[in-house]
Design a protein around this ligand. Structure first.
Ligand code: 5AD
Length: 452
């Protein structure tokens, strides 16, 4: 560990993820970051260098393969062997654990931009150790956001504890003078998640991380598609995270934001996919998110080629640069929506705090059990799965079934009224059919899934 500290200390500041984020935030410029990862080291390096030069990426990723995410290292090893044999990547990411510390250093050191590990791992303890020793300066994930949307049977109690380990390790580096950026995974299942639910999880994971000594946090949100709601969500996220960290004495924790371009189903047509990508770029820029995670025209098909990946980045860069002088965070409609999101989030978080008697780790476990926290479309058996979202008449995501979310009667009425407006317009009752139609709408070229 002391050797890893020395290695991290020698990384130039221009390659430290948190520094580059802070400088971007200072300039009020939204930075762009792709997702990318292949099985073999040389191919992975070439891919990232291509995204740096041809994609104009400001920040780089290393996306980890699905076997590693599930701690299935023997299968990851077979994937590496098969990739060598066939000459193409037989894994959907870079298997960090199997490659090990030295190989990771050969990747992170050869690039100009900072590199973050992006994955989806319920138990990421070993992956964290190797990643940080391997020279990565940012690390995605959290005990809720990398469990409930990703796993059926991992208990929340266990994954919160696993991620306390990750955060404690980051805290230990912080104490040694090395800042590692941490990013809770904002979009959750990526399927019609109302901002109050993802914002609540982001705030909780920030508090849990800060408790273990994390000092640099990037909170995230997945695009919903209604511009006003998207800008309001980022505004509310920044505010609520800051307020809660300050409330518990974590005033020295830096907070930045990440906006994820649409995480749901994409159109097959590449030209139409560029439309979706551009709309996400616009929302990220107008919300002044610190960075945006970029999609590619291959999203509907699978893992993109490096050319398609770079094309998504350049599309995004163009829109971001054009909109860099426009800031819509204080537009009256945004403020109204932001206030609603903040109020909803407050309802959820104060209930979590109450259930945990002030302890957010305990409160979170109890809140999921009670359905006070409930993530739509999650596979986890530890999730109540009673909440159902649907779009209102303007495409903002509202709640059709509120399950046990601890909303006030006024908030509940607000959601019902919004959906009634749509029902009237569509001459059909508010129903589960709306939910289904909305899940497929963007892939078919619309935002609201209207009957046709
Ligand atoms: N390379 C590029 N994108 C990836 N994604 C997952 N693995 C990779 C990879 N190896 C993307 C998916 C989806 C998001 C969740 O991550 O295409 O957009």
């Amino acid at each position: 560990m002391n050797e890893a500290i020395d290695y991290q200390k020698a990384i130039p500041s221009s390659k430290r993820f948190g520094n580059v984020l802070a400088e971007g935030a200072e300039r009020k410029e939204t930075l762009i970051q792709p997702r990318a990862g292949v099985a073999l080291t040389n191919e992975h390096i070439k891919l990232l260098q291509f995204l740096e030069s041809e994609g104009e990426a400001d920040l780089l990723p290393t996306t980890v393969d699905s076997y590693t995410r599930l701690n299935r290292y023997t299968e990851a090893e077979n994937g590496i062997a098969k990739s060598i044999e066939t000459g193409r990547s037989m894994l959907n990411g870079f298997p960090i654990v199997n490659h090990g510390v030295e190989v990771c250093r050969s990747v992170t050191s050869v690039l100009k931009k900072p590199v973050q590990v992006r994955h989806g791992t319920p138990d990421a303890r070993l992956l964290t150790e190797i990643s940080i020793a391997g020279g990565f300066t940012s690390y995605e994930g959290g005990g809720i956001s990398y469990n409930i949307p990703y796993s059926k049977a991992h208990s929340l109690e266990k994954t919160i504890s696993h991620w306390q380990y990750t955060d404690r390790l980051v805290g230990w580096y912080e104490e040694a003078g090395i800042s590692i950026n941490r990013e809770p995974f904002g979009p959750l299942t990526g399927t019609l998640i109302p901002p109050c639910i993802s914002n609540s999880v982001a705030v909780i994971e920030s508090l849990l991380a800060a408790t273990q000594g994390v000092k640099d946090i990037t909170v995230g949100y997945g695009q919903c598609g209604n511009l006003i709601q998207d800008i309001a969500a980022i505004r509310a996220l920044t505010k609520t995270t800051r307020d809660h960290l300050d409330k518990f004495g974590f005033n020295d924790v830096r907070v930045t934001t990440v906006f994820h371009q649409w995480m749901g189903g994409f159109p097959q047509d590449e030209a139409k996919a560029f439309g979706v990508i551009s709309w996400g770029a616009a929302a990220a820029a107008l919300a002044k998110a610190t960075k945006v995670i970029v999609k590619t025209p291959h999203e509907a098909m699978g893992v993109p080629t490096k050319e398609a990946n770079a094309a998504g980045l350049r599309t995004t860069k163009q829109v971001i640069s054009m909109l860099k002088d426009q800031d819509h965070r204080e537009v009256p409609a945004v403020l109204t929506e932001s206030n609603i999101i903040e109020e909803e989030t407050r309802c959820i978080l104060s209930k979590v705090e109450e259930l945990g008697k002030g302890d957010y780790a305990i409160g979170t476990v109890a809140a999921f059990e009670a359905g006070v926290l409930d993530i739509p479309f999650a596979p986890s058996k530890y999730n109540a799965g009673k909440v159902l979202p649907a779009r209102d008449n303007l495409g903002a995501i509202r709640l059709l079934e509120m399950g046990n979310l601890p909303f006030t009667p006024e908030l509940k009425a607000f959601h019902r009224t919004k959906l009634e407006e749509r029902a009237k317009q569509e001459k059909r009752p508010v129903s589960f059919q709306m939910v289904i139609d909305d899940v497929y709408a963007i892939g078919k070229g619309f935002l609201v899934g209207r009957p046709r």
